[in-house]
Design a protein around this ligand. Structure first.
Ligand code: DC
Length: 222
């Protein structure tokens, strides 16, 4: 069974996906974390310099990247590893968020990660969240959800999260990042963020986290 959850940045996709996985005993795969890990790699290895992505250099390294997820029982969270190093904290930083959409536009990056995602899902029941899961990665997923919320509300949620993690950010900066990511994610040529025709649409703007999860679980149980 594959449950695909797509939608805009910071609209609560991952919270919903984790909740479903926990409730149903499925494996959760955060594909945004994979694009973030590649972006972190670029920032750490001079593939992003002087405000530009060096695609030639990235292409040289892309097949050496190993991305995996490890469940940490102590914190009950999933941790992202890049080439054996836990990068969960670093990939959530605003610098990575600022570069992740341009990196995700690159065709060979998408091809590589889509192949990895299909491989990760080859064993067992999966809940996968991202931008192109129901359209490209698993067009025949058993359930497809498309999550939306207003940009202001998404920015407020993201801002609160970053502050809670101790990042020094201002609200306008976070809103700008979300609007920029929406623009790049929806207009890129390679698998842009679009709603699959057979997806169930869910606007989470005025719905609590508990209500979001309950709403989706009810659809699946039906
Ligand atoms: O879900 P997220 O905000 O962590 O995703 C970070 C970025 O990764 C997002 O701006 C677009 C990109 N992404 C993508 O292009 N395709 C996916 N399946 C998942 C994420």
């Amino acid at each position: 069974m594959i449950i695909a959850i797509d939608g805009y940045s910071s609209c609560g996709k991952s919270t919903i996906a984790k909740g479903i996985a926990k409730e149903l005993g499925y494996t959760y795969i955060d594909t945004g974390a994979m694009y973030r890990a590649v972006t972190l790699f670029c920032l750490q290895n001079n593939s992003i310099q002087q405000n530009e992505i060096n695609e030639f250099l990235l292409k040289k390294y892309i097949d050496t990247l190993h991305i995996s997820f490890v469940y940490d029982a102590q914190t009950q969270t999933q941790q992202t590893y890049l080439n054996g190093v836990n990068v969960e904290h670093e990939i959530r930083r605003l610098e990575v968020a600022n570069w992740v959409s341009p990196v995700s536009k690159i065709g060979f990056v998408r091809q590589k990660l889509v192949a990895m995602q299909r491989e990760l899902a080859a064993h067992g029941n999966i809940v996968m969240d991202g931008r192109d899961i129901g359209t490209v990665v698993f067009p025949h997923a058993d359930y497809k959800f498309f999550i939306t919320a207003s940009a202001q509300i998404r920015a407020q949620r993201r801002y609160d999260e970053l502050l809670a993690k101790g990042e020094q950010v201002n609200f306008e900066e976070v809103l700008h990042n979300i609007e920029q990511r929406d623009l790049i994610d929806t207009t890129r040529t390679e698998s842009p963020l679009t709603q699959a025709e057979d997806a169930i649409v869910f606007d989470t703007s005025n719905v609590t986290r508990e209500q979001q999860l309950e709403w989706i679980l009810e659809k699946i149980r039906k």
